[in-house]
Design a protein around this ligand. Sequence first.
Ligand SMILES: NC(=O)c1ccc[n+]([C@@H]2O[C@H](COP(=O)([O-])OP(=O)(O)OC[C@H]3O[C@@H](n4cnc5c(N)ncnc54)[C@H](O)[C@@H]3O)[C@@H](O)[C@H]2O)c1
Length: 269
Amino acid sequence: MRKGPAMGWLEGSSIVVTGGGSGVGRAVVERFVAEGARVVVLDRSAERLDELTTALGDSIRAVVGDVTRYADHERACACAEEAFGGLDTFVGNAGLWDFARSLTDTPADVLAAGFDELFAVDVKGYLLGAKAAVPLLRRSRGSIVFTLSNASFYPGPGGGPVYTAAKHAGLGLVRQLAYELAPDIRVNAVAPGPMATGLSGPKAMGLADTTIAREVPIDRIVIEQSALGVAVRAEDGVGPYVLLAARESATTTGTVIDISTTGIPRRHG
Ligand SMILES: NC(=O)c1ccc[n+]([C@@H]2O[C@H](COP(=O)([O-])OP(=O)(O)OC[C@H]3O[C@@H](n4cnc5c(N)ncnc54)[C@H](O)[C@@H]3O)[C@@H](O)[C@H]2O)c1
């Protein structure tokens, strides 16, 4: 889809993005930088972070780490303070998918271990990131933005019970943290729908080396089933992240912008 020019909405902002090495996170990091922000990217893949540093240079700092570990979030936030003088926005985005593995077809031990692994990234990773970012965000009266999903609202083939429950939990986090952290820190989210990215799954479910782009004919499904009838790319959804992070959204908190095109079905005939 056609992109508009950058407007400098995040000029001078310092932002931490988790999972910024690929997919949604990478597209968001690129747009944040174009809008004038400087960004610390926390990702477990050193290789992806190297690529990003080569592409974006001094506007970013790369922190190799795991979002399930509080100390790694602390390192990312300390890096933002040291390199960019503080923190204006924390974006929790790194996630795993369960590839729609069902309750009935998944052995109980796999289900239990997959739950622990996926919730540790998609839910605990957001909680610990917020915890580490709060002291700096209070100072800047900044904001938190989480990446949720169509699975935060709707059941269906977009997830199995593990992923859908995790993304619903993310919605609970947005609402509870918006309440708890007010009036100093705004907390919002963006909920994308299906798209071809590097999204992988829990090792415990045998899905660590699988990606949504490889395993699922996602473009065809989205074209056939979604209102707009076009395949979605990660960069198509960056606008709401910019909007929610920007100071122009000073009274927006506890909100989720649902950008999933599959929420409205395709109109045939
Ligand atoms: N792709 C989709 O269809 C889709 C749809 C709706 C929502 N989402 C959500 O978008 C977010 C980003 O997913 P994506 O599609 O861009 O996937 P992606 O795999 O392309 O990007 C995720 C990044 O997170 C990193 N990561 C994963 N686990 C990590 C960990 N424990 N610690 C640090 N980094 C880790 C990966 O290395 C990767 O670079 C997720 O929260 C996902 O649930 C994706």
